[in-house]
Design a protein around this ligand. Structure first.
Ligand code: NOJ
Length: 496
């Protein structure tokens, strides 16, 4: 790897040119369905597991839900105009399964109004010259499927139900959408939904969190179902839709980088690798290498399900591109040689904000899990590239919240220098990974276009490059970062 220039230094012309060839879609923004759409009981949509979870007392820190959110269901034209005004070239958004098949199942009726909504949205994006990047599953399972058979815990039922939903969307949008993502952050669906209990449906062995759930087995069963559904969906896409329409498909995995808590301790060094394997390779190893990582098999034994020959044949090689969500880094402190607790999902270790000497990994933000560390982004891009034989990478999310941002009033809230600095340093780190290390990033999407419903953190945590005035009728106002990110991308793009 070439030596890294100081952060904030301007890229050389040559570097900018190299990056320009590779990063095709700069300055894109995105937002997820339950987080922005609202209209949760309109036009035939039925509840998702997140609607139910949000209405369970104590689950959302500010007691809010996604009933209105950013009201994007009613404001698609306004959102597209906003994207256009900011110069966005692509927009990643997620489809709400409960709008398409409200009861969820393979024999349940399709809600044509829901399908038409997304067809029009995609047509309007294309008309505006904005490339749609579509995620099929961003955590909002039709609630009926959770009640009926346990949702993702039930592989036999979940996989065919998901396939049918995916088929409806490929039929409706296959000719228009160039990039598909099957699942967003399956680690969070599985780990936060079935072990930590902070995401819907909130099951956990921790009885202070939920009276039901078994964290020793459920996250691994959930992850397994998601992988099997991903593999089967990609097979169907490649056999039935790709030959007609073209298009690429992948899965989006979240992963933060890790540094050893004590750089002189081999246990902590080994734990860094385990942390990345439990977070990323849990899903990426089956997809690129055809099996779960050794570290997971060693720790989990037969609690980790096994693949049938057909399942792994579908899964191995199923990514046309690697969808990468990345936000931050941690210091990793090993718990070994003590055995891992039976409910552990991270690899028998702790993720900390300070190293052994008390040095922080980055500055505090509003998110309890996020401290920015741009060099970690470059390191993780390299780690993924090395481990998975230089896949094409689409960075599907990166971004930050800001400590106390929600306490600011308009117009002060628009001056989000902290977020500008995040994007400046992270985009430079990515540009260096591409130009100097040869990592194959072909696009990057900032999270997110506008402030939105941040799951169990409600509306208090804002990630948008545009401010949303929730009290004043959901009006959107670009923050400084909305224009800055365009300029930063352009700095690295040359003129394309
Ligand atoms: C990942 C998720 O995909 C998105 O929904 C969430 O808002 C961001 N990270 C920030 O936490």
């Amino acid at each position: 790897m070439a030596t890294r220039p100081a952060l904030h230094s301007a890229p050389s012309d040559e570097q900018a040119q190299q990056v320009a060839k590779m990063i095709l879609k700069p300055n894109t923004a995105e937002a997820g369905l339950s987080q922005i759409e609202g209209a949760i009981d309109e036009d035939g949509r039925l509840p998702s597991i997140w609607d139910t979870f949000a209405n369970t007392p104590g689950k959302i820190s500010d007691g809010t839900d996604g009933r209105v959110a950013c009201d994007s269901y009613h404001r698609t034209a306004e959102d597209i105009a906003l994207l256009k005004s900011l110069g966005a070239k692509a927009y990643r958004f997620s489809i709400a399964w409960p709008r398409i098949i409200p009861l969820g199942g393979r024999d349940d009726p399709v809600n044509q109004v829901g399908v038409d909504h997304y067809v029009k949205f995609v047509d309007d994006l294309l008309e505006a010259g904005i490339v749609p990047v579509v995620t099929l599953y961003h955590w909002d399972l039709p609630d009926n499927l959770d009640k009926k058979y346990g949702g993702v815990l039930n592989k036999q039922e979940f996989v065919p139900d998901f396939l049918r939903y995916a088929r409806v969307m490929f039929e409706a949008l296959g000719s228009k959408v160039p990039y598909w993502i099957t699942f967003n952050e399956p680690f969070c669906t599985s780990g936060l939904g079935y072990a930590v209990g902070k995401h819907a449906p909130g099951r956990s062995s921790d009885r202070t969190v939920n009276p039901v759930g078994d964290s020793s087995t459920e996250p691994w069963l959930a992850g397994h179902s998601l992988l099997c559904a991903h593999g089967a969906t990609v097979k169907m896409f490649r056999e039935e839709f790709k030959p007609k329409y073209g298009g690429e498909i992948g899965i989006t995995l979240n992963g933060d980088y890790g540094y050893p808590w004590d750089a002189n301790n081999p246990e902590d060094m080994a734990a860094v690798e385990r942390k990345l394997e439990f977070a990323i390779s849990w899903f990426a190893d089956p997809i690129y290498h055809g099996q779960y990582p050794d570290s997971m098999r060693a720790q989990l034994g037969d609690r980790l399900p096994t693949f049938t020959d057909d399942e792994i044949a579908n899964i191995k090689g199923s990514n046309d591109f690697y969808g990468m969500n990345h936000y931050c880094s941690h210091f990793i402190k090993s718990w070994a040689p003590k055995p891992a607790p039976i409910t552990d999902i991270e690899g028998n270790l702790e993720c900390l904000f300070f190293d052994k000497n008390g040095t922080p990994v980055g500055k505090e933000t509003q998110s309890p899990w996020l401290r920015p560390n741009a060099p970690g982004f470059r390191k993780l891009l390299n780690w993924i590239s090395d481990r998975y034989n230089h896949p094409k990478i689409l960075v599907t999310e990166f971004g930050t919240s800001i400590k106390g941002e929600n306490d600011l009033k308009y117009p002060e809230i628009l001056d989000d220098e902290f977020r500008c600095d995040y994007f400046r340093t992270y985009i430079q780190a990515m540009a260096e990974a591409v130009a100097q290390d040869g990592v194959n990033v072909f696009g990057a999407l900032c999270w997110s276009l506008m402030d939105n419903y941040e799951w169990s953190e409600g509306y208090e945590t804002r990630f948008g490059v545009c401010y949303v005035d929730y009290e004043g009728g959901q009006k959107r106002f670009p923050k400084k970062s909305a224009t800055d990110t365009k300029e930063i991308f352009e700095q690295y793009m040359g003129k394309v």
